[in-house]
Design a protein around this ligand. Structure first.
Ligand code: HEC
Length: 161
């Protein structure tokens, strides 16, 4: 009788610990999933940056100048650019994620912050010029603004331009 009880008890213990193992295995993403999500998030931020830069690039290439859109989009970029260091904080080196981010980013986070700040400053300078409505002054500030994107890509992104 006691023996049967013990057999049942051990069966129950095995069942419960099995269930606990399943729960702990499912509780939270794997490191690979965390890395993949981090890469998705940072790529989404950069997509939003280029989405806003697009109309400004168009103006630089001869589309009609629109001071309001120029200022609005540059301010948006200045507002989003502080997130660059945040989305790059997750080190995805060594994970099999789809990315164009170069490994040396994570040995140079101070420089990443400097380059992100340069983008913020140049986007604001461009927006300030656009706020005056002066086309020549605004587009004169474009080279530094757009250049702050390429300046980081040249060092920290896979060279595919
Ligand atoms: C401080 C560095 C830095 C700055 C500044 C920067 N980028 Fe990038 N950008 C990157 C890195 C790193 C990647 C690669 C991300 C990846 O593939 O995981 C990238 C990727 C991109 C991509 C590809 C996104 C995709 O579809 O995967 C676009 C588009 C882009 N950047 C646009 C811009 C624009 C526009 C600006 C300026 C307004 C800008 N970036 C400023 C570092 C930067």
């Amino acid at each position: 009788m006691i023996k049967r009880f013990l057999v049942m008890l051990s069966a129950v213990v095995m069942l419960v610990s099995g269930a606990m193992f399943t729960v702990s295995a499912q509780s939270g993403p794997t490191p690979e999933q965390v890395a993949a999500a981090a890469a998705d998030t940072r790529q989404a931020l950069f997509k939003m940056l280029v989405f806003n830069l697009g109309p400004i690039v168009g103006m630089a290439r001869g589309a009609p100048f629109d001071a309001e859109i120029a200022e609005r989009n540059a301010r948006r970029i200045a507002a989003m650019a502080p997130m660059i260091t945040e989305v790059l904080a997750q080190d995805t080196r060594g994970f099999d994620v789809e990315t164009e981010a170069l490994d040396l980013i994570w040995d140079n986070m101070d420089d990443i912050a400097v380059k992100a700040q340069a983008l913020i400053d140049n986007a604001n300078a461009f927006a300030d010029a656009a706020a005056t409505g002066d086309q020549a002054a605004t587009m004169g500030a474009f080279r530094a603004f757009g250049g702050s994107c390429g300046n980081c890509h040249d060092t920290y992104r896979v060279d595919n331009d």
